[in-house]
Design a protein around this ligand. Structure first.
Ligand SMILES: [Ca+2]
Ligand SMILES: [Ca+2]
Ligand SMILES: [Ca+2]
Ligand SMILES: [Ca+2]
Length: 736
């Protein structure tokens, strides 16, 4: 029952997704304005564009998020597998399939519905007020064009055309990503992790070992590895028989799509094998979300959060959070709430989400590339023209090499085949199941996205503290203009192609100087000379021409910085307080970076003096010791030397319940705050003979507890001293 239901929904959805490549989507499938062919695209490429109908896609599942407060009753019912009221609210039979990340649920419909019906049902759930968001769980597709039978002629990087997509731009290769000079600056850092959410990966002789990834494909019949989710993200193949993904859908060999994308990001360099990757030394986290016929939104959003290091119910936490998450996948329609929430969460966790625009040739961008916070990438051909298949639209941030033919140069450049120069990366010879390592040639916005993810990984390798908005700003400002004769230079495509063509060399050279502080935070004693030490460097060896240390205006006391215009500044620590400083460095390009350091001034606790007490043998002695701390820190007492049988509490209560034998006993005690220990307090306790006690009583006044009035006298003296010191320090400050 479940299998046939799945098959019918898969079949319908496949048709839906497949048609995206060649047909205009129907308005009912899209929340965004109806896609329109981008200006300049030859109409002949879109045969059947006015085709009146195709089978409506069917939906078997919904993604919902309960309202945080008004959804409480429903949440409790769902936790107990009570689905009656939920179904009543939806006017359809629903059950929970599983919990999703982001406090969401995946619901199963007893009967699959058309996308229109599923959207109406979702609207009813939202209208109840108990459900914050509800939407169909749609299938996403890899954003690569169908393979074609172009015989690769030269597997080497420097072949012809070889990996043209990495080369410095020339007249015949205006679309190159300009990587060779970028590689002089860095080949990537092993501290930067790129997650690739795709079909998984094949271990390949030209790939480093992958980090421990995860396989999120939850539907066993799509996973092709015999089960649902598991910790093995290797790609078992995604081949399909004719009609397997829907009536009339052709058979297809396994795509090994994830291996191609991963190879573009980080194939090994200078090993004499195959080609190279954009960022050969960064580390890769494979996250499998696509299987046969594509991948569900519900699995992809869990994969996005997991890659960013966030919690996903039922899945072991990812110990290698990615800074960059590459999504070479998508489908038509406005950004779904599930995608938007997942991308918001990933961005908040410090990850950038790079997404392919999709391959319909439309002037609207696929979801999830059209979500806020996604970095949407379109593709260009070797001549820099927007690729004929590549979607463009207002969400686009940048264009990168994707291969194939240009929109206006659709015959392709002289010497190129009808398919155009394509992107050279890694693959597998297996038609269905994996076989041997090979190279592979593909074209698509998938490939363009991988170039951008790799370039960002190089940028963050130079300066890992850059924010998402700083990275995007540099990508935009360093992009090369589209060639004058290309589709994206046309007036009617302005604002739809992003800032221009990816230029890795210019992007890396725009990375701001990197500051390394010797100490980002330190503790100093009052009156000490405190060193603020830093060093800085700029990509490409640009000299640092200025260092400026500044003390924050909000500091508790003003301090005078010595050598404030050098890497190594210093100041005299005031009496107390926490102080913030910033260092701004500027290089000869005018690029600047700022880092912050903090210094906390700490006085160690001061123990109050104690006159030597005495106690009669066999009697009890109890002393309450006192301490002051100029910073108001809590102090903890520690015994250094105690008489046998005596104890000292952390709060400073010295207790000797049975003081014997007669004699004189040394006591040594210290107190510490969180950063330092006081000078030891030493005194001695006399244990006197019982008979002698009355004779001596007039002398030392000994016996029993040490008089509290003496302690208060001592405390008063310390308080006066403190006030004097504070006054003196204010005077010093005024004078400076
Ligand atoms: Ca599996
Ligand atoms: Ca698996
Ligand atoms: Ca290689
Ligand atoms: Ca202190």
């Amino acid at each position: 029952m479940r299998t046939s239901l799945l098959r019918s929904s898969l079949r319908a959805l496949f048709v839906f997704a497949l048609t995206l490549l060649f047909f205009l989507s129907t308005p009912s499938l899209s929340q965004s304005p109806e896609p329109r062919l981008k200006a300049g695209l030859p109409s002949v490429a879109i045969t059947g564009a006015s085709s009146p109908s195709h089978p409506a896609a069917q939906v078997g599942r919904l993604i919902i998020k309960l309202h945080p407060t008004r959804g409480g009753k429903l949440r409790a019912q769902l936790a107990h597998q009570e689905h009656g009221r939920l179904s009543a609210l939806a006017s359809a039979s629903l059950s929970v399939e599983r919990s999703l990340s982001g406090n969401s649920h995946l619901l199963r419909l007893a009967q699959p519905l058309s996308i229109d019906e599923a959207r109406s049902l979702s609207a009813r759930l939202r209208a109840s007020g108990e459900v914050e968001s509800a939407e169909p769980d749609l299938l996403m597709q890899a954003t690569t064009m169908s393979p074609f039978s172009l015989a690769p002629n030269d597997p080497a990087y420097a072949g012809s055309p070889g990996q043209w997509h990495y080369m410095a731009p020339t007249a015949l290769n205006a679309g190159g990503a300009d990587l060779p000079a970028a590689w002089d600056l860095t080949l990537g850092s092993g501290n930067i992790i790129v997650a690739v959410l795709d079909t998984g990966y094949r271990p390949h002789v030209d790939l480093q070992a992958m980090l421990p990834g995860y396989d999120f494909v939850s539907v066993a019949s799509m996973s092709n590895d015999g089960n649902g989710r598991d910790a093995d993200a290797r790609d078992p193949g995604d081949y399909v028989a004719a009609n397997e993904c829907g009536s009339g859908a052709p058979a297809a060999r396994s795509s090994w799509h994830g291996t191609h994308v991963i190879g573009t990001i980080a194939s090994l360099m200078n090993n004499g094998l195959y080609g190279t990757g954009v960022a050969p030394n960064v580390r890769l986290l494979p996250v499998r979300v696509l299987g046969k016929c594509g991948g569900y939104t519900s699995d992809i959003v869990d994969g996005i959060r997991w890659a960013a290091g966030l919690e996903v119910p039922g899945v072991v936490k990812n110990l290698y959070p990615a800074r960059i998450i590459n999504l070479s996948l998508g489908s038509s329609g406005g950004c779904s709430t599930a995608f938007q929430n997942a991308i918001n969460d990933a961005n908040a966790a410090g990850a950038m989400v790079v997404v392919a625009n999709g391959n319909g040739g439309y002037d609207s961008v696929n979801q999830p590339a059209n979500c806020n916070g996604a970095l949407a990438v379109t593709a260009h051909s070797i001549d820099g023209d927007n690729a004929d298949y590549a979607n463009i639209g207002v969400h686009t941030v940048i264009s990168a090499p994707g291969g194939g033919c240009g929109t206006l140069s659709s015959g392709c450049a002289p010497g190129m085949t009808v398919n155009g120069a394509v992107v050279y990366s890694l693959g597998n010879t297996g038609f269905s199941l994996p076989a041997s390592d090979t190279y592979a040639l593909k074209r698509g916005t998938s490939m363009a996205s991988a170039h951008v993810s790799g370039t960002i990984a190089l940028m963050l390798s130079i300066n890992p503290s850059m924010s998402r908005s700083e990275v995007i700003s540099i990508l935009r400002s360093s992009a090369r203009a589209f060639p004058a004769s290309s589709a994206c230079a046309r007036a009617d495509n302005q604002g739809l192609c992003g800032a221009g063509m990816l230029d890795a060399q210019a992007a890396l050279r725009s990375v701001a100087p990197v500051i390394e502080l010797a100490r980002t935070s330190q503790v100093a004693s009052p009156g000490a000379l405190v060193a603020l030490d830093a060093s800085a460097s700029s990509p490409g060896g640009h000299p640092i021409i200025s260092y400026t240390w500044r003390a924050a205006a909000s500091n508790p006391f003003a301090v005078t910085l010595l050598n404030a215009s050098s890497p190594n500044a210093s100041f005299i620590a005031p009496a107390r307080g926490t102080y913030q400083f910033t260092l701004t460095v500027t290089d000869d390009r005018g690029a600047a970076s700022t880092s912050g350091a903090s210094v906390r001034v700490n006085s160690v606790p001061v123990l109050q003096a104690v006159a030597n007490p005495s106690v009669r043998a066999g009697g009890a002695l109890k002393l309450i010791l006192k301490v002051t701390d100029a910073d108001g820190d809590k102090a903890v007492f520690h015994p250094l030397v105690l008489p046998p049988g005596a104890s000292l509490s952390a709060a400073g209560v010295f207790s000797w319940p049975y003081a014997v034998p007669v004699g004189s006993y040394d006591v040594s005690i210290a107190a510490s705050d969180h950063d330092g220990s006081s000078m030891p307090l030493n005194f001695s306790v006399s244990v006197t003979a019982v008979a002698a006690a009355s004779a001596a009583s007039g002398g030392s006044g000994g016996g029993g507890a040490f008089g509290d009035e003496c302690l208060w006298l001592a405390a008063g003296w310390i308080l006066i001293r403190r006030q004097r010191r504070a006054k003196k320090s204010r005077k010093d400050t005024d004078a400076s």
